[in-house]
Each structure stands twice: as C-alpha cells, then as structure tokens.
Design a protein around this ligand. Sequence first.
Ligand code: ZN
Length: 133
Amino acid sequence: MKKIEHIGIAVKSIENANQIYTSLLGASPYKMEEVKSEGVKTSFFKIGDSKIELLEAINPDSAIAKFIEKRGEGVHHIAFAVDDIQSEIVRLKNEGFIVLNETPKKGADNKLVVFLHPKSAAGVLVELCQDRK
Ligand code: ZN
C-alpha cells in the first residue's frame, strides 16, 4: 500500500458539509461526482497528498443511508492507494481479511475500488483504490 488516498465521511447534506469542509480546509471541493451504482453523491477536497471524500446517499438503499441511520454522520471509511489491486486482494485474503467485492468496481474519482469488511479490520471499513488507466 502506498498512502492514505482519502478518508470517506458520510454526511446527511453534501451542500452543508461542503461549506463546513471548505471553512475547515480553506479550499473548495475540486470535484463533485454522482456514483449511481453506489447510490451516492460525492465531493472531494485535496489536502496535501491526501483527500477527503464526502458522501451523501441519493437513495434509501445506499450503504451511506444505512450507515447514517445506524451511526449518524461521521467517518465512514479509510481508503489506501495501491498499485495492483488484484494482487492486494490475494495478499489480504491470505492475511485473513474479508474482501467484500472480489471483483474491483468503478468508484468515484476514476478509481477501481475494493472494500474490506470492518469486522476484519478492527472496526474500520477499508477501501483499496487503484487509478484506472
Ligand atoms: Zn472512498
């Protein structure tokens, strides 16, 4: 793994949270993107080499809607950048991690992404992401 690519934060209102994070970081989001397959609207802030991803549910079935219902707004996942997502899947499965989607899917920000179950990662939802070529 190369670095923390971004931290994902589940929010009720992305407009509201955009204002909060713009004030906090002193910079506006550099992109907003809807990922229909995941049922989310996202916005991204750059902070040095890392990013903050805000996620708002666009339908009640999305994982973000369920997360907020159970736990309220807050940190949802930590994403690590990897060079070779397929070999990381194999490596992490061998280490005993539960891979939620073994076929990488298209995430926001032009990435291929895979998630690890929080119960195998000390309670944290982990995302691996690789740049799509
Ligand atoms: Zn993410």
